[in-house]
Design a protein around this ligand. Structure first.
Ligand code: NAD
Length: 486
């Protein structure tokens, strides 16, 4: 007899409790060997004064079980409340967000009957690191932080996922034509890792044309791996064009812990009406069952669910006079799936999942490299807040500082405005200036002390220094971008 596996369950807000009850009923009827531990996260916890939305008891349970099935959570607007989803992903190190999006044509209308795409989104880094500053009266910045380990981990995950689930093609999407350091690193690592997986067809697309193709020819894609923000956007678009956001489940995978959910939100507009579609959460739960090595039960649930869909038993969100037989409530839909447990779909392909404890994903961490290189400081970008239109006067004052470093270029919003900016240029000057100082024009090494001396001189000359970015070379290679026009 298989022992029951303890899993943490959050019933969530809005439609959360209804779809969770439906999902758990189906899992129980299918014979899933699970022992749910219920926790409170979300609205109730926020209203009790905990701005993270996650109680200590909830963390303890997740830490113990390492598996969480979570219904959607309402994030209250304003008031300093942190999104539970982002907090969970980051605190638990859930670096991979996996969203399978397929069409269920002809039973659920989609313009793309053959689409079957899995989006693998980096879940912790990039623009979601949440490092933001307002620096001048007119400017703010978000730090887009990529690490070598973060990129390598998600890319390896995508290849391992493709291997495990018999997918053949992996598309990397980035914007490395513009962001050569961050997205450039993502693309470069993709190419390197791809060499270790010769059996796969791989390609790289710039994310703008990539997402346009995904929205118009999704059937040409199989697995897509992409950084955080792009993944967030394209996975919603991809889920939507399958026919309904109510169908797709999502897995958030970390080194030790994993969280499974629906991709949609708490749908407060239909909460308590017993009309929500539990399929998204159920599909998340199927991924959970595979994760805890109950692949047979996962396949049993998924096949019964596919049969329910092809039998035209539909909740209101996917109901149509032409394609559906009956419009069901949330509870009736769960009953319909339960009635079909043990049956296989006849129109869709029946699914089966590999069994066995999954060590492939765990081994990813051992393969991820931490780089060490020879790092030398060659100067600094010293950012100042200055409200002026007189570039020449500003730059003369900067050049006359007579410090240990030489003024190489001044840029405003990334555009070089000194020396020799184009006479034809028509742009507005913001109060946010970047003054690039180097030891020499050709990246000769300098020292931290010289950078500090230069900054001190600037303060003494009443420049409002708002930030410093040191300029480094790594093994002799420039580690910073050149300004537009430099
Ligand atoms: P939403 O996904 O909750 O709802 C969008 C639309 O889709 C609504 O019309 C809703 O009725 C419908 N819908 C969603 N799920 C459905 C289902 N299962 N069955 C039938 N119809 C469904 O998005 P929203 O309205 O932007 O967000 C509502 C709340 O959910 C917000 O507080 C938001 O922060 C939160 N949210 C949570 C998560 C999560 O916990 N993972 C994800 C997204 C949004």
């Amino acid at each position: 007899m298989t022992n029951n596996v303890p899993i943490t369950v959050a019933r969530g807000d809005g439609i959360g409790p209804e779809i969770m009850d439906a999902t758990l009923r189906i899992l129980e009827a299918a014979g899933a060997h699970i022992e749910p531990e219920f926790i409170d996260v979300g609205e109730k916890v926020y209203l009790d004064g905990n701005t993270t939305g996650v109680s200590t008891q909830a963390w303890q349970s997740i830490k113990r079980t390492k598996v969480l099935l979570k219904a959607p959570i309402t994030t209250p607007q304003g008031g300093g409340f942190k999104s539970v989803n982002v907090t969970m992903r980051k605190t638990l190190g859930l670096y991979a967000n996996v969203r399978p999006c397929r069409a269920y044509h002809p039973f659920v209308f989609s313009h793309f009957p053959d689409m079957d795409v899995v989006i693998v989104r980096e879940n912790e880094e990039g623009l979601y690191a949440g490092i933001e500053h307002k620096q001048t009266a007119n400017s703010c910045q978000t730090l887009k932080l990529f690490t070598h380990q973060g990129c390598e981990r998600i890319i390896r995950y995508a290849f391992e996922y493709a291997k495990k689930f018999n997918r053949r093609k992996i598309t990397c999407m980035s914007k490395d034509n513009i962001m050569k350091m961050t997205d450039g690193m993502f693309h470069k690592i993709f190419k390197q890792v791809a060499e270790e997986y010769p059996g796969f067809h791989t390609e790289h697309l710039i994310v703008d044309i990539g997402s346009a193709l995904l929205a118009t020819r999704p059937e040409r894609f199989d697995v897509v791996v992409t950084p955080n923000l792009y993944g967030d956007i394209i996975s919603d678009v991809t889920a939507q064009i399958t026919g309904s956001v109510g169908l797709a489940g999502s897995a958030n995978i970390g080194r030790t812990t994993a969280m499974f959910e629906a991709i949609h939100g708490s749908a407060p507009d239909i909460a308590g009406k017993n009309i929500a579609n539990p399929s998204g959460l159920l599909n998340g739960a199927v991924q959970l069952l595979i994760h805890i090595d109950q692949s047979d039960v996962a396949a049993k649930v998924e096949n019964a669910w596919l049969k329910t869909i092809e039998d035209g038993m539909h909740t209101a969100d996917i109901f149509s006079e032409q394609r559906s037989i009956r419009k069901l409530s949330t509870k009736e839909f769960a009953d319909a799936v339960i009635e079909r447990l043990g049956e296989k779909p006849t129109q869709f392909h029946a699914v089966s999942f590999q069994s066995g404890v999954d060590t492939t994903f765990k081994s990813i961490h051992d393969k991820v490299a931490t780089l060490t290189t020879k790092k030398e400081i060659v100067g600094a970008d010293i950012f100042i807040d200055a409200l002026t239109d007189d570039v020449n006067a500003l730059c003369s004052k900067l050049s006359e500082l007579n410090g240990p470093l030489k003024l190489i270029a001044v840029t405003n919003r990334g555009l070089k405005v000194w020396p020799n900016h184009s006479e034809a240029a028509e742009f507005f000057l913001s109060d946010h200036w970047c003054c690039r100082f180097q030891a020499t024009d050709d990246f000769a090494p300098t020292t931290q002390e010289k950078v500090l001396e230069q900054i001190t001189l600037m303060y003494q000359a009443a420049f409002d220094v708002i930030k410093i970015e040191n300029l480094y070379t790594f093994d002799g290679e420039r580690g910073f971008s050149l300004a537009q026009g430099q």
